[in-house]
Design a protein around this ligand. Structure first.
Ligand code: GLN
Length: 440
């Protein structure tokens, strides 16, 4: 597949032919990575996760409840990329409302991993990652609330990057957990990820949490020769499967050979990441998803009165995982439990962030696994807690608002990709991308 950098040099006629080719190949692939083939603008086609609004496109967040909804306005990330020679093309499959780690909770059915079609592509941006890995998208946008860009990128053997919270506007992104959500690139290599990140980033008045300072473009000045101090948290790494640990050790040796300095650090709060995240994310989700009532958006169920309208629309429209999270979120926010769960989790979140910041006083980057295993088989995870546990390496980055990038480093004996992530200080995307480029 042509890279994003190469595609940006093509003529509009060549790109139109490429789009037609992509559509044909995607339909024939059987991966179920696209849920639509809409197209908007002119330029290099970028696949868009189905929770990012492109004006006049359907946007459904892979949910039944949003069937029939048409986006009345454009996400800022889309507006930005259109001003940089790119266009929005196709909607990527995902977990319903970005809740999940496998893309199995989609209303459109599961996406398949191109490296083993009986495997999940990861989630929730599974369609975006599978499409890039399967040669049916040049690059794609995903969203990452607790790992949803980095983990599917790792499972599919491509590059996925989550920007610092506030670096990319959330305007036009379907809200899951607003204090954690970020849009970011999934691409074939680090340079392409940097090109797409450069294009979408920047201050936006329409997002009150958008950082109001600009930082330089990165893709044109990538420095693959940098020598950095990279922290590893041995105890944390030791919790991953053996094949992941082996790939990790090999990568550390490679980084040392390349002249980077590895420092061994401890983090005591990582064990709280899962509990903290699933309290805060579900609380925010319960609040954000209260708006889907059959009156304002998408699908409306049959009903005799207003109460029944809300009840039926939500009962029929939401899938099982989304309902579980709405219940959990309302529980942790309810009086009597609010202090014990929600307020406590907010405090722990600060401790988690402080601990990362302490590490960054002595290191430029942290190297970590992305997931404790390679992509599991489709249909193999039955216990939701088991799925939540597989997010153990990605959630902390969102809780602390940091940027992270997932890179393919190896394959296991079965040919399944293994990805590792680099994590940087907030707004240190330049060092993050340089470190990643030096690892390729
Ligand atoms: N797997 C995590 C969850 O289900 C993260 C999802 C995401 O980043 N959108 O919440």
């Amino acid at each position: 597949m042509i890279t994003l950098k190469e595609a940006l040099r093509k003529s509009n006629e060549e790109l139109a032919a490429l789009r037609a080719e992509l559509e044909e190949k995607a339909k024939a692939s059987g991966l179920n990575a696209y849920v639509g083939y809409e197209s908007s603008g002119e330029g290099v086609p970028i696949l868009v996760k189905d929770n990012i609004q492109v004006k006049e496109w359907p946007v459904t967040a892979a949910s039944k409840i949003l069937q029939g909804y048409i986006a009345p306005y454009e996400a800022t990330a889309i507006k930005n990329l259109k001003s940089k020679g790119m266009m929005a093309f196709g909607r990527a499959n995902m977990d319903e409302f970005a809740m999940g780690s496998t893309t199995e909770s989609s209303f459109y059915g599961p996406t398949k991993n191109p490296h083993g079609t009986d495997r999940v592509p990861g989630g929730s941006s599974g369609g975006s990652a599978a499409a890039v890995a399967g040669g049916i998208a040049i690059a794609a946008l995903g969203s990452d609330t607790g790992g949803s860009i980095r983990q599917p990128a790792a499972y599919c053997g491509v590059v996925g990057m989550k920007p610092t919270y506030g670096r990319v506007s959330r305007f036009g992104l379907g809200a899951y957990a607003s204090s954690l959500d970020q849009i970011g690139p999934i691409a074939q290599n680090v340079e392409d990820a940097a090109i797409l990140y450069d294009a979408i980033k920047g201050h936006d008045d329409k997002d009150s949490t958008s950082a109001d300072f600009e930082i330089e473009d990165i893709a044109n000045n990538l420095d693959t020769e940098v020598k950095l101090t990279i922290a590893v948290i041995d105890e944390h790494v030791a919790q991953a499967d053996e094949d992941i640990q082996k790939a990790f050790a090999e990568t550390v040796a490679r980084l040392e050979d390349a002249g980077h300095t590895i420092v061994h650090k401890e983090m005591s709060n990582t064990k709280y990441d899962i509990a903290t995240y699933y309290i805060l994310a579900t609380a925010e989700a319960a609040t954000n998803l209260a708006r889907y009532d059959g009156v304002r958006y998408g699908r409306r169920a049959e009903a005799k009165n207003t109460e029944e309208l809300f009840y039926n629309t939500r009962s029929e429209g939401f899938g099982e995982e989304v309902k579980r999270r709405i219940l959990l979120g309302n529980f942790v926010l309810s009086s009597g439990y609010y202090d014990a769960y929600y307020v406590k989790a907010q405090k722990v979140r600060h401790l988690i962030r402080d601990e990362y910041n302490r590490i960054f006083e002595e290191a430029d980057l942290i190297l970590s696994p992305v997931a404790p295993s390679v992509a599991p088989k489709i249909g193999s995870i039955h216990d939701p807690l088991e799925m939540y546990k597989s997010d153990m390496y990605t959630l902390g980055v969102n809780l602390a608002g940091l940027p992270g990038i997932s890179l393919p480093v190896a394959k296991n004996d079965e040919g399944m990709p293994i990805g590792l992530q680099l994590i940087a200080k907030a707004f240190d995307e330049k060092i993050l991308f340089n470190g990643a480029a030096s690892m390729e």
